[in-house]
Design a protein around this ligand. Sequence first.
Ligand code: CA
Length: 232
Amino acid sequence: MVKVLVIEDEAAIQELIRFNLNKEGYAVLAAEEGIRGLELARRDKPDLILLDLMLPGLDGYEVCKALRADKATARIPIIILSARNEVIDRVLGLELGADDYMIKPFSPKELLARIKARLREQNRNISSDTPQKPIHVSDLEVWPDNYIATLAGKPLNLTIKEFELLHTFVTHPNRVFSREHLLQKVWDYDATGDTRTVDVHVSNLRQKLQEMGRSIETIRGVGYRFAAGAGK
Ligand code: CA
């Protein structure tokens, strides 16, 4: 059974989420504050976490950081629920390793669609058991089956979205992708979504790729391109 952890202090929103998720057959765990949320995440290993940003005590940013820093919870998809729609808040959440965000108030239908999209990725990740060969780009190795990438033999600590971006790039060397196309391909959004999401993830990915990050070139006014053979 799919387990979703909801870390949200507003009882009405928590209830709304619980009701709609239960209806879909998901088990729902809930916490009203950050520390408790972290405990439940570590203890129960949910399949996905819905994380409110404005929480009493430890806030959503801190929780997100702690989840990503802990090996046991580092790869659980996180969708941030934000009441505030200032870009900076969302960007910060994504920088701390969240996979997606939703602005409150949201429709249960939209929330379910996002949850399913994230779970589908996670399943692709877990269920494929025929080992494939990694994709090599100089020092970089990308293993599509288990969402692992290594650089000079050392694992890169990528989030699922960062991995999918990287995978998209290395499987389409030299191709120019628009932000909208990446948003659609990697996040399953329609092209009207916020393309800042793409920029933040590309920026995180570049950092983690160190020198090789330079291979991801910004194409002004369009988007990005992975330049094959560069970044050595
Ligand atoms: Ca709140």
